[in-house]
Design a protein around this ligand. Structure first.
Ligand SMILES: [Zn+2]
Ligand SMILES: [Zn+2]
Length: 349
């Protein structure tokens, strides 16, 4: 079979491999869709300290059961989690599976979904990490349940709810999912901000925010622009929730300044490892009673609920899938993602 393997930064190869065999307690699936995201682009460029090469990449996985274990039958349509909590540590026992210190990941510690066949590790099944895809939901849509699960975790932590004015900074696939999810959670108004006018326009045409805010050029000088515009849009109050869906310290600093009193700020996107320090006016946090929250992936339960949100139509994703590529073109797919020219690129092995 064909797989896409990471060998070293800049070196992902599409090559032949033996079909994997499911061991006891494991499930073998025929991968139908494995979608790509910014993480894949990051891995291609820099590698990742959890990946010991060679490793089949791909973590947004949907497919069909071929053979395996109790409770599953050949032909079952399934979606698979990416982040695997251990299920037994102190955090997991407290239900905080997204911050399990023993977390492992598909496509990092285990071979992932850029392959015709993939084995679902017993560890995934042990934490209910395999979800049945409801009827009427395609494999490509189901593969988007994983990023949506992460977005759901972020909005739960930031308590996005009824009547909130929400700002989403960054109009990539994650930003688009944030806009849609915020709407489904009852947000009053959702504003989408990006520094890239072309990308913002394309995203806004799809997810229709109440306003698309062009944050000016990435170069210094116009940094205040997005803040001013959001304040104007919110009658000077600021936004109840600001979510940064971009790896940008400047966006995080702006987020703090455009939040309303008692606002919640989600640092959803992480910053580059070598440049993670931002300037934060502590008095802004103090007097305005701001809450700053992080977000680290998703739990198995988030994945199950994300799939329900897609299936029930609360968060449509089909129109966000702009590119479908066969496995041999996976590198083109990752390239399209890193250039920001797509919303969602899915690989069909
Ligand atoms: Zn991803
Ligand atoms: Zn754990």
């Amino acid at each position: 079979m064909k797989v896409a393997r990471f060998h070293a930064p800049g070196d992902i190869r599409v090559e032949d491999a033996d079909e994997p065999v499911a061991g006891p307690g494991e499930l073998r699936i025929r991968v139908r869709n494995c979608s790509t995201c910014g993480t894949d682009a990051k891995i291609l460029k820099h590698g990742h300290h959890h990946i010991r090469p060679p490793r089949v990449m791909g973590h947004e996985i949907a497919g069909e059961v071929v053979d395996g274990t109790d409770g599953w039958a050949p032909g079952d349509r399934v979606q698979v989690i990416a982040a695997i909590p251990c299920g037994t540590c102190g955090e997991c026992r407290r239900g905080r599976m997204t911050v399990c210190p023993n977390q492992e990941s598909m496509g990092y510690h285990y071979d992932g979904g850029f392959a015709e066949y993939m084995v679902v590790p017993a560890k995934v099944l042990a934490v209910d990490g395999v979800n049945r895809i409801p009827e009427g939901v395609g494999f490509a849509e189901a593969s988007v349940a994983e990023p949506l699960a992460c977005v759901l975790n972020g909005q739960e932590l930031a308590r996005v709810g009824e009547g909130d004015d929400v700002v989403v900074m960054g109009s990539g696939p994650i930003g688009c999912l944030h806009v849609r999810l915020a709407r489904s959670r009852g947000a009053a108004r959702v504003f989408l901000v990006d520094v890239n006018a072309g990308r913002l326009e394309a995203a806004a045409a799809l997810v229709r925010p109440d306003a698309a805010v062009h944050g000016g050029s990435e170069s210094a000088g116009s940094a205040g622009d997005a803040v001013e515009q959001v304040l104007k849009l919110t009658e000077g109050r600021g936004a109840d929730v600001v979510i940064t869906a971009a790896a940008s310290g400047a966006a995080q600093e702006q987020a703090l300044r455009m939040a309303a009193r008692q606002g919640r700020i989600s640092f959803f996107g992480g910053l580059p490892k070598d440049d993670p320090i931002i300037r934060c006016d502590s008095n802004l946090v103090h007097y305005r009673e701001l809450t700053i929250v992080g977000a680290n992936g998703s739990s198995p339960a988030h994945n199950a609920r994300a799939l329900e949100l897609i299936a029930g139509g609360a968060v449509p994703v089909a129109d966000l899938i702009t590119h479908r590529l066969p496995l041999p073109e996976v590198l083109d797919g990752i390239d399209i993602v890193s250039r920001g020219e797509a919303i969602k690129v899915t690989v069909e092995p």
